[in-house]
Design a binder for this molecule. Structure first.
Ligand code: TMP
Length: 277
């Protein structure tokens, strides 16, 4: 059963990037812009965004047995959380014409599990597809920061110990960064890269301009099918098999884990409806 009605005016915008790239801050800014344009907005995150998804998130990132989790299990857990989020939150929101902003979506699995953990791209792609059905992002904003910046920001976070993913080494995060840049290059119709080292206000402006230009949102106060149809990114992007350069798909780094940190940041819903977190 299709989860997304192609004629629906709802849009899915995903944010991607390494830890500390500033996604959460920029999602909040974009949500505000969209609301000021009288659009309905829901923000969510992956893994998480539903009660089941948040429980899965805890298993992945705050698991005392995390050292023993193999990359395949990790991929399937992320996919499980994603499948739930799509069916419980994203698809219904899109069908009702809402703009959904997601802090991470399928591209995180392509890059973290496919590229950085070196899982075969075929299964990663197929499992992603199974999880999302026909719900592809209309636009994906990759916020790019150099790996050293990303690691420094992780260390600076006021919250307590780094979680299981955050304790990966610099090689892992180099692969993540390169993976995103390659992915964006291979699908420019869906992904745009924003330089995350710029001032917050500059990034905010660039994202808002891209959303207006690519999706026609906020230009006339409401999403209009006619405005949106004039943009290149209107249709759910074709689900092309991701071509990631073999040169960066080196043998997987073993997950270094054993975190027990309780749930960290959460993304709130920007409308009055209650979003299960
Ligand atoms: P966050 O800290 O940005 O919320 O993301 C949680 C961690 O999970 C982050 O290190 C990225 C990672 N991740 C994956 O490895 N694969 C995925 O599919 C997703 C959604 C996240």
């Amino acid at each position: 059963m299709p989860l997304k009605n192609p004629s629906s005016t709802g849009k899915l915008i995903s944010f991607e990037g390494s830890e500390g790239s500033g996604k959460s801050t920029q999602i909040a800014h974009l949500a505000r812009h969209l609301q000021e344009a009288a659009l309905d907005v829901v923000t969510t995150r992956e893994p998480g965004g539903t009660e089941i998804g948040e429980q899965v998130r805890n298993i992945i990132v705050h698991n005392s047995k995390g050292d023993e989790m193999c990359a395949e299990t990790e991929l399937l857990l992320f996919a499980a959380a994603r499948a739930q989020l799509v069916r419980e939150v994203i698809a219904p929101a899109l069908l009702s014409g809402t703009i959904v902003l997601s802090d991470r979506f399928l591209d995180s699995s392509t890059v973290y599990q496919g590229v950085a953990r070196n899982l075969a791209m075929g299964p990663v792609h197929d499992i992603n597809q199974f999880a999302i059905g026909n719900v592809m992002p209309d636009l994906t904003i990759v916020i790019d920061v150099p790996t050293e910046v990303s690691l420094a920001r992780i260390r600076q976070r006021a919250s307590d110990l780094p979680d299981r993913m955050e304790r990966e080494n610099i090689d892992f995060y180099e692969k993540v960064r390169k993976g995103y840049l390659l992915l964006a290059k291979s699908m420019p119709e869906r992904l745009i890269v924003i330089d995350g080292t710029q001032a917050e206000a500059v990034i905010q402006k660039q994202i808002w301009q891209a959303v207006q230009k690519r999706l026609g949102l906020g230009t006339s106060g409401k999403t209009s099918a006619s405005t949106a149809s004039a943009t290149a990114a209107k249709k759910p992007a074709a689900v092309a098999k991701t071509k990631i350069s073999a040169s960066i798909a080196k043998p997987a780094a073993k997950a270094k884990t054993d975190a027990t940190k309780p749930g960290k940041k959460s993304i709130g819903r920007t409308k009055s409806k209650t979003l299960k977190r």
